[in-house]
Design a protein around this ligand. Structure first.
Ligand code: FPP
Length: 250
C-alpha cells in the first residue's frame, strides 16, 4: 500500500479536513504522575511519553497537520533531580539517533527551539545531524523545544534587534510584531492554532508566550503517556467548533 493510501485510510470521519489547525503545539505533561499511578519510577513515564509522541507525530502527519511543536524540556526543568535530567538528555539523544531513519522516510523535517548550548555535546551533535538530514523534508514540520523558555526567547530577540539597531542595520521605526516574530526561534513558522495540554493544568508554563497570543487552548486531564489518537481527534473536533475572532467581531 502506498504511503498516501495508508494516510487516507487512517483518517478520522469526525474531523473536517478543510478546517484543520495548521500548527498544533503540545505541553506533554503528566509523565511523572502516570508513572506514580502505575507504581513505576518517574523515568518510565518519560519512556512511555516518548512512545506516545511517536504515535501522535505520525497521526498528525497522516491527518495533514503541517506543524507540530512539543515542549520536551523547559529552562526550569534543570531544577529536577540530576538522575532525571540525565535520563531525559540520554533519552532525547537515543531517540534522535534511533528514529532518524524512520523520520526521514516519513518526510519529517525536525527543528529544535531553545538555547542548545548547555546540552551535552553528543546531544548537540545528534541535533545538528538530524536537522541537516531532514531539512528538505515536506511531510510535517516537527519542532522540539529543549531548554526552551518563552521569556528567554523574547529577551534574546530584543537583544538581537537592539544590536542590529546599534550597528545601524535596522532603524527603530521598522520594529513591529512581524519583525519580532522573525527574531524568535520559530521564525518562518505560523503561530500555533491549537495548544493541547495534558494532565489538567491550566497554564502556559512559559511556552511560546509570544506566538500563542490567539491560540485556542485545549486541556485534558489525561496524562501524556495515555494520550492517543482518539484524544487528539477529540481535541481537533473541539477546536473546529470554536469561533476564532482574533479580537474582532462578526
Ligand atoms: C512533563 O511531565 C514531561 C517532560 C518534562 C518530558 C517530556 C519528554 C518526553 C515525552 C520525551 C520526548 C522525547 C523527544 C525526543 C522529544 P512531568 O515529568 O512534568 O510530569 P508530572 O507533572 O506528572 O511530574
Amino acid at each position: 500500500m502506498t504511503a498516501q493510501l495508508i494516510s487516507i485510510k487512517s483518517r478520522s470521519n469526525n474531523i473536517d479536513y478543510n478546517k484543520l489547525p495548521q500548527h498544533i503545539a503540545i505541553i506533554m505533561d503528566g509523565n511523572g504522575r502516570w508513572a506514580k499511578q502505575q507504581g513505576l519510577p518517574r523515568i518510565e513515564g518519560h519512556r512511555q511519553g516518548a512512545k506516545t509522541l511517536k504515535k501522535i507525530l505520525r497521526t498528525c502527519k497522516n491527518w495533514g497537520i503541517k506543524t507540530l511543536t512539543v515542549y520536551a524540556f523547559s529552562t526550569e526543568n534543570w531544577g529536577r533531580p540530576l538522575t532525571e535530567v540525565n535520563f531525559l538528555m540520554n533519552l532525547f539523544e537515543r531517540l534522535l539517533r534511533k528514529q532518524l531513519q524512520e523520520m526521514q522516510q516519513e518526510g519529517v523535517c525536525i527543528k529544535f527551539l531553545g538555547d542548545l548550548s548547555p546540552l551535552p555535546l553528543s546531544l548537540q551533535q545528534a541535533i545538528r545531524h538530524s536537522m541537516a538530514m531532514t531539512q528538505n523534508n515536506q511531510g510535517i514540520n516537527f519542532n522540539v523545544a529543549i531548554n526552551y523558555g518563552g521569556r528567554d526567547e523574547i529577551v534574546k530577540a530584543c537583544r538581537n534587534i537592539a544590536e542590529k539597531v546599534a550597528r545601524q542595520e535596522l532603524s527603530t521605526e521598522i520594529i513591529n510584531a512581524d519583525l519580532i516574530s522573525q527574531h524568535l526561534y520559530t521564525t518562518n513558522n505560523p503561530d500555533p492554532d491549537l495548544l493541547i495540554r495534558t494532565s489538567g493544568e491550566m497554564r502556559l508554563s512559559n511556552f511560546l508566550l509570544w506566538q500563542m497570543a490567539y491560540t485556542e487552548i485545549y486541556v485534558t486531564d489525561t496524562f501524556w503517556p495515555d494520550f492517543d489518537t482518539k484524544q487528539l481527534e477529540k481535541a481537533i473536533v473541539n477546536y473546529q467548533k470554536r469561533d476564532r475572532r482574533f479580537g474582532t467581531i462578526k
